[in-house]
Design a binder for this molecule. Sequence first.
Ligand SMILES: C[S@@+](CC[C@H](N)C(=O)[O-])C[C@H]1O[C@@H](n2cnc3c(N)ncnc32)[C@H](O)[C@@H]1O
Length: 276
Amino acid sequence: MNTSSPETAVRQTFDTVAGSYDQNGVEYFRPIAARLVELAELGAGEYVLDIGCGRGAALCAAADAVGPDGQVVGIDVSAAMIEKTSADLRRRRASGMVVAVMDGAHPGFGPGYFDAVIGSNSVHMVPGLESAYVRYRTLLAPGGRLAVCAPASVLEPEPRVFGLRSIAAASARFSVSARVYPQEEAFGGAEKAVADLRRAGFDNVVVRVEDVVLRAVSPDQFVRWTWTHGMRMMWDTMPAEHHEAVAREIAAEVAEFATESGVFEIPSPVRYFIAR
Ligand SMILES: C[S@@+](CC[C@H](N)C(=O)[O-])C[C@H]1O[C@@H](n2cnc3c(N)ncnc32)[C@H](O)[C@@H]1O
């Protein structure tokens, strides 16, 4: 069991999963990041900061959007994530992207340096968000946008996490950090986030909730995926003797989402905030 502070637990978890994060074929993080980048309306030649860049889902989508004259800087608090992503970029000889280990609570860049600050499934984990929003606004040039997103909590008619009752039940039972799990609303909920963003100096805030389709080729692939991201905290917190039974419950529920083409598609809501 991890008894460290929430920030340390988050960093250690993402250090642990960095090698397998977003690599096992389940579709979730990339379609969300692509949608976030679309909503941020990035233009050719723009400079973008990606907070909590992980293995580069939003980083790469943003680099495609800004083209060869633009630049995307990815930061992440997990050194292992940055090491892996940096190696990926070197292997691909990718240009227009740089990554660095840095806490998203205190990004060390000059005022007005970026046209957009983005964070896909990451910024809700940053501590002290109210003051971080002020720092993000300061980093933006006139006309700049902040675009962030996280899973939208589902509590009615019954709690679901990643679209599944079984995960909500297991994560509630084994008390997982609320910053990673949407048992409590990410960003403190839409109303609070909009108020915080306005207080930070953003005057136009748009909130959208859209389903992403979580797609797996098998229930087992889905269960393996749950070990490769923030959900890992649930497994690490749960006494090992429960692992098998909880995995079986999750796999059985995933099986209910079989499609005619033989894959498993679970709709899961995501909340996007675009602030100008
Ligand atoms: C769920 S992953 C998302 C990664 C990537 N944006 C994506 O869409 O695949 C969350 C990432 O946020 C990073 N993160 C968490 N807290 C952070 C903080 N305070 N500052 C910077 N990065 C942070 C984690 O290390 C992890 O890589």
